[in-house]
Structure formats: C-alpha cells, structure tokens
Design a binder for this molecule. Structure first.
Ligand SMILES: [Zn+2]
Length: 191
C-alpha cells in the first residue's frame, strides 16, 4: 500500500459506497492509518490531518480525520464511512490547503465556513457532525476525494493562489504559475 499522487487516474474516479463494514473495510481503514503516520514520519514540517481511501488507490467511500490537528504526538484518526455533506453554511473563507496526493504544492482554496456531515463510524453507528473552520475545510477536502475532486480544481483565479514548500518547510509563492504548471504538468494533474 502506498499513497498515490497526481496524475494517477484513480484520484479522479468517483468512489463506491461501502455496503457492509466487514473485515476488508476495517483492514482498509487500518492501512490508511498506517500510511498517514508513515507519510508524516517522512515529512518533518507537515502534519497528516486526514486521508481518503482513493489516495491509496482504493475507490471506496472512506475517510479518516485526525482527532487533534494541532498535536503531532496524538496520531489518532477517526474513520468516517460513506460521509455525506448535508448542508454548508456561513461565509466563504479562503485559506491554505495541501494534499498528500499533490506533492509540495499548496493553494488558497475558498470553502464555506460551516458544514454538516453525516456518516457511519467503524462500529456501524451513525454520526452527525457540525464543523466549522479548519475541520469543516478538512471534511470538505476529503469528501471531494470520494468524488474525484482535488483542491486545485477549486482555484479559479490561479494567479497568486499557489505556493510550494521549500526544504526548510516554508511556503513560498509560486510567481509564474503558468510556467510551473507547464514544467510540472504531471504534478498538477494536467496532461
Ligand atoms: Zn487531499
């Protein structure tokens, strides 16, 4: 199992619903947790906040979300199965987003401030989540993955919207994004 990156076509597929939470599904969730922790150990400046199953090439509607996004020592992730956005509210807020499957690139992405999500937990119980701010952003980003959508798709005005992470973990603006896309077409998912 490994994290796949653009332009892998599996990132662009719509994922199928989980019908039954069986050993196969629990195994996938366990692999996702392992991969997130493993990715983080190789990226000293970044936190693995969440992940969707298609990011390891499994097109099933499963995401995991880190319980504490501030604490690198708490690597506990909650799995959400068949998550659905039932409502978005509030004003649109634009903030940084990155993705394990779009290496090194960060972008300023507009998202609604509030979201309501319903999903199932690993034990089959249904949960309803009301989230704001960063958690709302993370939920929307991950649920997008289940529909084949990447954060770069939401950036309409690409000038001044993209950043890359340098070797010291600092985000630097990408000045000439058109050239950057040309030079790194694969990374950006453009073929
Ligand atoms: Zn992502």
């Amino acid at each position: 199992m490994k994290i796949i990156t653009t332009p892998d076509k599996r990132l662009r597929e719509s994922s199928e619903k989980v019908r039954q939470i069986d050993d196969e599904i629990l195994g996938i969730i366990s692999d996702m947790r392992k991969l997130s922790v493993d990715w983080e150990s190789k990226h000293p400046y970044e936190l693995s906040a969440a992940m969707a199953a298609p990011q390891m090439g499994v097109n099933k509607r499963i995401i995991i979300i880190r319980d504490d996004m501030e604490d690198k020592n708490n690597a506990h992730f909650t799995a959400l199965i068949n998550p659905e956005v039932t409502k978005t509210e509030g004003k649109t807020v634009t903030d940084y987003e990155g993705c394990l499957s779009v290496p090194k690139i960060y972008g300023m992405v507009p998202r609604p401030f509030k979201v309501r999500v319903k999903a199932k937990l690993e034990d089959g119980k249904e949960v309803r989540i009301k989230a704001t701010g960063e958690l709302a952003r993370t939920l929307l980003h991950e649920i997008d993955h289940l529909n084949g959508i990447l954060f770069i798709d939401h950036i309409k005005d690409k000038a001044d919207a993209f950043y890359y992470m340098d070797d010291k973990g600092e985000l630097k603006p990408i000045k000439d994004y058109k050239k950057e896309i040309r030079d790194n077409a694969k990374l950006w998912g453009e073929e």
